[in-house]
Design a protein around this ligand. Sequence first.
Ligand code: SF4
Length: 330
Amino acid sequence: MSEVIKKETILSGMQPTGSLHVGNLEGALRNWVNLQEKYWMYCCIVDLHALTADYKDTKGMKDKVFQMAVDFLSAGLDPEKCAIFIQSEVPEHTELHLLFSMLITVPTLTRMPTYQDKKETLDSYGFLGYPVLQAADICLYNADKVPVGKDQEKHIWLAKDLAQRFNTIYKKTFKEPEALFTTIPLILGSDNRKMSKSYDNHIPLEFTEKQTEKRLRSFYTDPKKQRQGDPGTPEGCPIFLLHKVYTENPEQEIAPECRTGALGCVDCKMKLNANLNNALQPIRDKRVELLKNQDFVWDVLATGRDRARQRAGNMMDKVRKAMKISYRKK
Ligand code: SF4
């Protein structure tokens, strides 16, 4: 893969949580798969970020990283078009993180919404500095854009601010990255909260058809609709939200019959089950194929690491020169 062709660069990252679920697929991965056609993509499995919460329990990290790489590839990320790599295998991330940490005050970091949300349970120095590491992740590849949800807007602002500060204090070195907001569907889990592995309300991509059906049967629905015949309200029902992604014309095919009561919730879930399983089947097939060829997955990660290190190494040379901490003869 040559980077001679002029394209903008995107950095995207995801914390390794093991195998991914439908919320990850529709909330991020599908978007990344589309973006790889237009941009140089660096897809980083951010294991160092995961340590801010799980620094004691690291025994499952290798498997979580591997499973995430399998799902990236199964969902359609193409290693010819994007570098898929593990953050800690590119030590320049931690180096730039340290250098950036000199340019920001502690009060600025304590005002970050993510710190405010979790400071009662996570108050380590590493967690406080999490957005600085994220800024380093982005600037290390001189990324033009970062695909994020609105909840990450403040972090991209921080990355841009750090890039600006560095450019002003030393020498223009970094591009100022921009958030790339895309409309992503709202995906809720079985308990009507955001779909998340930590809530155990999710539908993993690795589920079989039977497991998917069982999980869908447990999903929350409109509580006023107790049985077929009762009128329901599709808006806000997590099953209807999934129909909006996986069923053609849900506003005509599902919503009216829900409202009149002609459609019962079990039948509604089974229609979704069929459509969802159809959509996930190619991903599941690819998953099985990759699990039979695990060396290929590790090779993809090694190639991605080498590409990432090359770009990151060049960037760090520029950073050290700009800061006048480059101590080679010339
Ligand atoms: S019929 Fe479908 S959309 Fe309506 S409340 Fe039941 S599960 Fe939700």
